[in-house]
Design a protein. Structure first.
Lengths: 230, 260
């Protein structure tokens, strides 16, 4: 058994690394898309124009209220079933784009609620101080409110982002070749190895290490923002 | 012409009238204290003049320019409103300093934002920013905090924070500086240092309106006192008129309670 492991390790390691690159790609693309989109959604849900805020809140309810796995399936297959053509493109590239869309929308909705809490948590007096000092609304937001909001949202955001690392594995439902997919492939047959389960178990090490790095980074960010109190 | 003219100002919150027709004037260089019990509308009046609330009717004129006209004759754009705002300054009860910025940055921020909108900012950036720094330091010195210029608000006492807030408001050189119960969130000993600063501002001829519960201070520092009750000006006059010789029954009752 152990001899097997030593012999198989280099092959498995290479395959898992490739899968993990796809995992990381999905992770970063989701962040880059969802972080700003979440802000737009949070402004929408706080809008004083009632129809807009009602619409945005309904979307957030649907997205947060249904499983991400179903959302991935719907986004990937639904356009094809309706339009009878694949809008996402073929193969791994198409699956990646569809997955990214699903993840970005899903995480943007979660982020938007965290942002909303962060923005509404900044005392009204801060905005008023900006106003009486003659700052415009956007100056007040970017120069006064934003950093205080960021400080407030770092802990809940780090939570969500760590969850995102693990959620990327859901993309396996449409056979995106991320690390779990790569690990599970050795149970059947992959790179001349078959019937092995340990590569699938071993994928957990990747998640652990990567989330360990993220935890350290978020800890540092929190410390960096420690110089002021909100 | 008076520097501040408030004419028949009215404001309701929901169904409740909070200001029921407030009219008064203030001359340049005068200090006005507004006294009265909680809920009498003092703070709302200040917030209306500083555009934090919009009155329902009446008008407000600062140094000849209309900053609010509830009768709709003068319609102001957003930008005009913002510019008018710079004619008046407000110091809050809760200070409302920006916690992420140092004392100096709290004072320079608004000046810098103003300067950035001017056409010549890019060419003379260095000099303009240096001037702003200089000016901020002067005002910080005026509130006796030169030694805490790089401190953050969380490292300061309440009294120090309020003095920074005063410097921040002063730096924009408003024509009238308003104080909304500036010492109500402070211990008695910290109150003294803030009142000392306000008194020193009077000595430099600054026009100020102070909503306060510090009766002794109001009596001492003001040229004019307004006593408000239930959304109206119940009595106004010199401190001697209002404090020593009140005509209204309500004023007398209020002042007695204070001595109480």
């Amino acid at each position: 058994m152990f001899a097997n492991f030593v012999e198989q390790f280099p092959t498995v390691f290479n395959a898992l690394n490739l899968g993990f690159i796809q995992t990381l790609k999905l992770f970063f693309v989701t962040l880059v898309g969802a972080i700003p989109l979440g802000l737009v959604i949070s402004f929408g849900s706080m809008s004083r124009f009632k129809p807009l805020s009602a619409l945005v809140k309904t979307i957030v309810w649907i997205v947060r209220g249904s499983p991400l796995m179903i959302q991935i399936l719907i986004i990937y297959y639904f356009p094809g079933l309706m339009l009878e053509k694949n809008i996402w493109g073929t193969g791994e590239g198409g699956r990646f784009i569809a997955c990214s869309a699903a993840f970005i929308v899903n995480y943007a909705c979660y982020f938007s609620e965290i942002y909303r809490g962060g923005i509404q948590g900044v005392p009204k007096g801060q905005q008023e101080a900006g106003q009486v000092l003659g700052l415009t609304k956007s100056e007040t937001f970017f120069k006064v409110t934003l950093l205080q909001m960021i400080k407030r949202i770092v802990p809940p955001m780090s939570n969500e982002i760590i969850t995102l690392v693990k959620d990327t594995s859901l993309s396996r439902i449409i056979a995106l070749q991320e690390i779990i997919w790569a690990g599970a492939a050795f149970m059947k047959s992959s790179h001349g190895i078959s019937g092995e389960m340990w590569p699938l178990f071993f994928t957990a090490v990747y998640y652990l290490v990567f989330n360990g790095v993220l935890t350290v980074l978020f800890g540092r960010l929190e410390k960096k923002l420690d110089y002021f109190k909100v | 012409m008076s520097i501040l003219e408030v004419n028949n100002l009215k404001k309701r919150f929901g169904g409740t009238p909070v200001l029921k027709g407030i009219s008064f004037t203030l001359e340049k260089g005068e200090v006005l204290s507004i006294i009265g019990s909680s809920g009498s509308g003092k703070t709302t009046l200040l917030r209306c003049i500083n555009s934090l609330e919009t009155a329902d009717s009446g008008s407000i004129t600062v140094d000849g320019s209309v900053i609010f006209d509830g009768n709709g004759k003068t319609v102001l754009t957003k930008e005009q409103k913002r510019q008018n705002q710079l004619n008046v300054g407000l110091v809050f009860q809760q200070f409302n300093l920006f916690p992420q910025y140092s004392v100096l940055r709290n004072v320079t921020l608004a000046m810098e934002m103003q300067a950035k909108k001017k056409a010549d900012f890019k060419q003379n950036k260095k000099k303009i920013l240096a001037d702003i720094d200089e000016k901020a330091k002067m005002y910080i010195d005026r509130v006796n905090l030169s030694d805490r210029i790089n401190a953050f608000p969380c490292e300061l006492s309440g009294g120090q924070q309020q003095r920074v807030a005063i410097a921040r408001a002063l730096a924009l050189e408003p024509k009238i500086l308003f104080f909304d119960e500036p010492t109500s969130a402070l211990d008695p000993e910290l109150t003294a240092e803030v009142l000392k600063v306000i008194r020193s501002l009077k000595d430099t001829g600054r026009t100020m309106v102070i909503v306060t519960h510090e009766m002794g201070f109001a009596q001492n520092v003001s040229d004019k006192v307004i006593f408000m009750a239930d959304g109206v000006i119940e009595e106004q006059g010199t401190p001697a008129d209002v404090f020593d010789n009140p005509h209204s029954e309500k004023t007398r009752a209020f002042l007695l309670k204070d001595i109480g």
